[in-house]
Design a protein around this ligand. Sequence first.
Ligand code: CMP
Length: 225
Amino acid sequence: MDLDELRRAPLFATVDDDAFSTLTDQLTEVELSRGKSIFHEGEEGDELYFITSGKIKLGRATPDGRENLLAVLGPGEIFGEMALFNPAPRTATATAVSETVLAGLKHENLKKVIHQAPEVSVQLLRALAQRLSRTNESLADLVFSDVPGRVAKALLDLADRFGRPAPDGVLVAHELTQEELAQLVGASRETVNKALAEFVQRGWLRLEARAVVILDIQRIRQRSR
Ligand code: CMP
């Protein structure tokens, strides 16, 4: 596997070659096609994963059998690290939403690297703090924002991370179905559909297969507040 990308990730950029080779000792490369899971909620696990390419959704089953998405992560992001700090079964199921390549790193190796290069733990804390702050925000939105507002916000967040300039706006190839988008914003598919249709009708966006083109980002931003 090409380790350059891993080497350049903010998490590992400052570690020396020795620490880096400890980390990548027993590294496994995993290729997943859309819909395939690397692990399931409730399983034991001793590896974390770095996303080399593609996208991963992290989902939890609700007691009545529906699914709720905690996040959609892309290249350069890691997941599956929680058990390293808080020994417990996997807190979510990780599933590819497009062709995805992962690098699996042993928890034990990361633990050793943290001792060799403590600055890695600062980067990890930073990633966890960002995740907590995003989660806090989603929680507040569930209470205070309506569904169109939450859809607008989710699209902006996806645009921030996966958006690319297009001739008429920003192309966001989020790779999610409308059902998955609904699971991400915590609403029914019908309500999310209606919100998207309204945005389209107002000329704020265009829908494509598992993607949107945001045509008027200002309006979408206003609607997200
Ligand atoms: P772990 O519990 O090992 O397996 C599921 C993973 O999902 C977890 O580690 C985290 O990496 C990730 N995860 C859990 N909750 C969130 C969240 N709210 N936002 C983003 N990622 C999460």
